[in-house]
Ligand binder design. Structure first.
Ligand code: C2O
Ligand code: CU
Length: 482
């Protein structure tokens, strides 16, 4: 009896050990050091192209991220100082949220000084959708250190793109962005021949703790316009989830998506337009003599002209599809049919440990952060990404520093205007093929813009061979980009 009892106990202990030891190993393996070099993490994926030296992983000399700047000596055309404060979780930039709208002209050298008044966690500014030099990208621990209370940081970039963009913190971003550390930036074309719309306005759609807003105003807002005015309404979705907008009272057009003009946009009516988290859509319409309104899925409304409210119209059944909207162009500027590298970005979910925390975490190509892919490119490469959402939640995917053109969705080729994106809603079960030219050296995040998802590990990076890190995640400044 005694012997058999001991055997049983031994078997039970061995069985327990067989479960606990590997778990302990996985737990231990997932623990991240106090500080680490993002460029040295992950699994190098060369996308079927030539395998070059990866300076950061091979400990070689290379071009440092901190040196990838705009001209530091030239005199800026536009200078702004943005000072951030936080009060009980509510963030302001120069006293308001959204912060000041920055309006500049194409070709301007822009200089923005970010000042941290009292944010203990530190802050940064990322120029969402704006393909700035890497050192101005504003990602804590990747392209700079978090700016601590009493400190400041200077961003410099030439406004080479035209269109609607926004800025937001990329330090503890899942808290700070929702809390209001954000604002809009619009770049107007330099060409005097490009007439500006009679009414050119930004509508930042954001849900604060106090409710859903347009430009910080709860409920119903009004846009000043006269019958006959041409309006360009720049909708910016700064939330974590999809925004939808529908125009009632006149036909409208989608003039631009994520800051890129649509080629030959056609008239739309009774159609809802989806704006992914982080994305922008410029709507164009002529104000009629009668009522015109733009309603948003968050429950907010923009009345155009001081027309009476009336009943809120239902969301139309029709949904705008950029895949077949507008007209194609003869020349994209590159040939996506001959890519130098092709990458998979397969999104999934599985149980495991993230920095020692057990949970059901997001995966990229089956791997948990930070063992997600390090997509390796060389300058000049034509790159194709196949993004596939095999999880049970939708993901607005955002690549920093580059604009990609959509080639196909679920195997159906794009037939309309080139659909350039920096924020792409990839719904459950959907797959997209997108392409871009690797023309902006650096270390770039490629992540979900439902920011809590990023904090749960839905993050990978695009890395140029020969670039080395200048900053570390964690460490003294407490760099925590997600
Ligand atoms: Cu708008 Cu990585 O962010
Ligand atoms: Cu997501």
């Amino acid at each position: 009896m005694a012997v058999r009892g001991r055997t049983r106990l031994w078997i039970a202990s061995a069985a327990t050990a067989a479960i606990v030891l590997p778990l302990g190993w996985f737990w231990q393996q997932s623990l991240l050091p106090d500080s680490y070099d993002m460029a040295a993490m992950g699994v190098a994926d060369w996308g079927g192209g030539p395998v070059d030296d990866h300076a950061a992983m091979d400990g070689m000399e290379g071009t440092a991220v901190a040196d990838l700047t705009a001209d530091l000596d030239a005199t800026p055309d536009v200078s702004e100082t943005l000072t951030v404060r936080v009060e009980a979780g509510d963030y302001t930039v120069n006293g308001t949220s959204p912060g000041p709208l920055l309006e500049v002209t194409e070709g301007d050298l822009v200089e923005v000084t970010l000042v941290n008044d009292n944010v203990q966690d530190g802050i940064t500014l990322h120029w969402h959708g704006f393909d700035v030099p890497n050192a101005a990208d504003g990602v804590a621990g990747v392209t700079q250190d978090a700016v601590l209370p009493g400190e400041s940081f200077v961003y410099r970039f030439v406004a080479e793109q035209v269109g609607t963009f926004w800025y937001h913190s990329h330090q503890v971003s899942h808290e700070q962005v929702q809390g209001g550390l954000l604002g809009g930036i619009v770049i107007h074309p330099a060409d005097a021949g490009t007439a500006r719309a009679d009414v050119d306005e930004v509508a930042i759609v954001h849900r604060y703790d106090g409710g859903s807003t347009i430009n910080g105003e709860l409920g119903t807002s009004t846009l000043d316009a006269q019958p006959g005015d041409e309006v360009r309404l720049r909708v910016v979705n700064t939330d974590n989830g999809l925004a939808q907008a529908w125009v009632t009272g006149a036909p409208f057009r989608v003039l631009a998506i994520d800051g890129s003009e649509v080629n030959e946009p056609g008239d739309l009516e009774h159609t809802a337009v989806r704006v992914p988290a982080g994305g922008r859509v410029d709507l164009g319409f002529t104000v009629p003599d009668s009522d015109l309104r733009v309603d948003f899925s968050a429950g907010t409304t923009l009345l155009v002209g001081a027309t009476p409210a009336g009943a809120r119209p239902e969301r139309p059944h029709e949904t705008f599809d950029p895949l077949s909207y507008g007209a194609p162009v003869a020349d994209l500027g590159f040939d996506p049919a001959q890519p130098d590298r092709t990458f998979d970005y397969r999104i999934g979910r599985r149980p495991g440990f993230l920095d020692g925390h057990p949970g059901n975490w997001w995966t990229v190509n089956g791997r948990l952060f930070p063992d997600t892919p390090m997509y390796m490119v060389e300058e000049g490469d034509v790159v194709v990404f196949r993004i596939e959402n095999g999880s049970s939640d939708t993901h607005p995917m955002h690549l920093h520093g580059h604009h990609a053109v959509v080639l196909s969705r679920d195997g159906v080729a794009a037939t309309g205007s080139p659909w350039w994106v920096d924020s792409l809603e990839v719904e459950v079960g959907e797959s997209y093929e997108v392409a871009f030219v690797a023309d902006n050296p650096g270390l770039w995040m490629d992540h979900c813009h439902n920011l809590p998802h990023a904090a749960e590990g839905l993050v990978a990076h695009l890395m140029y061979a020969g670039v080395t890190s200048s900053y570390r995640i964690g460490g003294e400044p407490g760099n925590a980009p997600e």
